[in-house]
Design a binder for this molecule. Structure first.
Ligand code: ADP
Length: 490
């Protein structure tokens, strides 16, 4: 098992981007080098062959004229022509066959085929007046045919000058020297190629190191942040990609810092809020203990205060528990078809006692019947919190108006009050945990500062929204919008 793991670790380097860059640069370099060498050699071969063909053809054309002049096709004893022929075959290291129009070989510089009949496609084509040439690279020769043309005198029947093919010259010339030159060229090219390949190897290794180095820097910087040596933003401007990675990571770090700060603040708020009632209880209890012969009325009064502080502590703990439950996923939602009109009416009936006590008028306007897929308990909490706040932060003889409406997608609950209002700068903070607009003033009104945080969480779980509009001293309107059909997260 251990050996297997070691082997896997050994092979890990094969997955490195360095190896990929090296292989790509090296293989591309290798292939292009090879292709270039072959292309150059091939080009040279083609040029050399076509040069030789045109060279030999020019010589053969001159010779063909001489053959006619010396009537060589009829009589091959001409010393001049024979000397020319042997010079030509020596010069080009080849063989020349002269064929007359009976397809009989009248001269063969090798002396093998004289007197024989020679029929081939090229010869027949040549009699029709066209030169042919063919390169056989495997056996190393070029075969050519040239017609031996005789120019006819103008006659009355043929007023224009004409030429007639009297015979054909079939020549094969060796291309050994081309092959030899190519061999030498190839050897030189291979040496050059090896040098270039070595250079490409060095460039590939360098490229793979240079291109991957910025990623190494990013990894180092991330490790330093991970180990806690630094909290500086990551900045690797070597290339666009690393710069982007750095920026994205800095954003994640920023968000984590915000989350960490808010967690810290929340813990300190919780500790403070939980400590306040306990401190009051301790002060009340100590003052009772410190006095002798305390009248029973004072005992009762202090005990009532202690009970109120315990209730407050209890409320904070319950609210915190509700909030922490809300923080979990929407899986905890208990979705049902609920008659929202009935729900609002029920809540308003329950809260009417507090409203009467505070001398606040409660008004309900239902624009249309609304049935929606919601978690009844959580939405009850939302409506209760909003109406409770509207009553709590109201003025004497004030009013609270609740309106329920819907379109084809959402239902809307509007809770408007004629209360003290919320200052403009506080509106964006009212959903924060433990936030209370005016802490000293709010002491008069009971509350934990957790109600709107819970309300907002419950609304977001239903994929809804909440908006507050307020005018200080005039009143506040909260508008909640929730989809009629529950949209699951998955
Ligand atoms: P609390 O328990 O203090 O009511 P909430 O989270 O419900 O906590 O509200 C946060 C703060 O927002 C309140 O302390 C209050 O200052 C302000 N607030 C909420 N609703 C209203 C309202 N209808 N009118 C005026 N101020 C409000």
């Amino acid at each position: 098992m251990a050996v297997k793991i070691r082997n896997i670790k050994k092979l890990q380097f094969l997955r490195s981007i360095k190896i990929y860059i090296f292989l790509i640069v090296f293989i591309v370099g290798l292939i292009s080098c090879n292709v270039m060498r072959h292309a150059i050699l091939q080009d040279y071969e083609q040029r050399a062959v076509s040069l030789r063909i045109s060279d030999v053809q020019a010589q053969l054309n001159i010779l063909a004229n001489h053959l006619i002049t010396y009537r060589y096709l009829q009589d091959t004893s001409s010393q001049v022509i024979n000397a020319e022929l042997s010079l030509l075959s020596n010069l080009y290291d080849g063989r020349v066959l002269i064929i007359n129009n009976d397809l009989k070989v009248v001269k063969d510089t090798y002396g093998i085929s004289e007197g024989k009949i020679f029929i081939s496609e090229e010869v027949i084509r040549c009699f029709k007046g066209s030169n042919t040439s063919q390169y056989d690279s495997e056996n190393g020769y070029i075969e050519m045919t040239i017609p031996i043309m005789e120019v006819m005198e103008e006659t009355d029947t043929f007023p224009e000058q004409t030429s007639i093919a009297r015979g054909v010259m079939l020549t094969s010339v060796s291309t050994d020297y081309i092959a030899q030159t190519m061999e030498i060229l190839n050897r030189k090219a291979v040496v050059l190629e090896i040098i270039v390949i070595m250079a490409i190897f060095a460039v590939s290794v360098l490229a793979s190191y240079v291109l991957v180095r910025p990623f190494g820097k990013i990894t180092d910087a991330l490790s330093q942040v991970k180990e806690g040596y630094t909290s500086d933003p990551i900045n690797v401007p070597d290339c666009l990609e690393t710069e982007n990675i750095g920026e994205a990571f800095n954003q994640v770090l920023g968000r984590m810092k915000v989350l960490d700060d808010s967690r810290r603040e929340f813990v300190s708020n919780v500790s403070h809020e939980l400590k306040t009632p306990i401190t009051s209880i301790k002060v009340l209890a100590d003052s009772l203990r410190g006095q002798e012969n305390v009248p029973i009325e004072l005992y009762q009064e202090f005990m009532e205060d202690i009970a109120a502080e315990i209730d407050r502590e209890n409320e904070i703990i319950n609210n915190l528990l509700t909030l922490s439950r809300m923080d979990r996923t929407a899986v905890d939602l208990n979705i049902d078809q609920v008659d929202v009109n009935m729900l609002v009416e029920l809540i308003m009936k329950r809260l009417s006692a507090i409203a009467i006590k505070k001398d606040v008028e409660l008004v309900y306007e239902s624009i249309r019947p609304v049935v929606a897929e919601i978690d009844e308990v959580k939405i009850s909490l939302v409506i209760t919190n909003l109406i409770e706040n509207a009553i709590k932060y109201n003025k004497e003889h004030g009013w609270v108006k609740v309106t329920l409406d819907a379109d084809h997608q959402f239902f809307t609950i509007e809770v408007a009050d004629s209360g003290i209002g919320i200052p403009r700068e506080s509106i964006e903070h009212i959903y924060e945990r433990f936030y209370r607009v005016d802490k000293s003033h709010s002491r008069e009104v009971e509350g934990t500062g957790l109600g709107l945080a819970i309300t907002r969480s419950a609304i977001l779980m239903h994929r809804g929204s909440i908006k507050a509009e307020s005018e200080e001293g005039e009143g506040t309107t909260f508008t909640v919008k929730i989809p009629l059909t529950y949209i699951s997260v998955s």
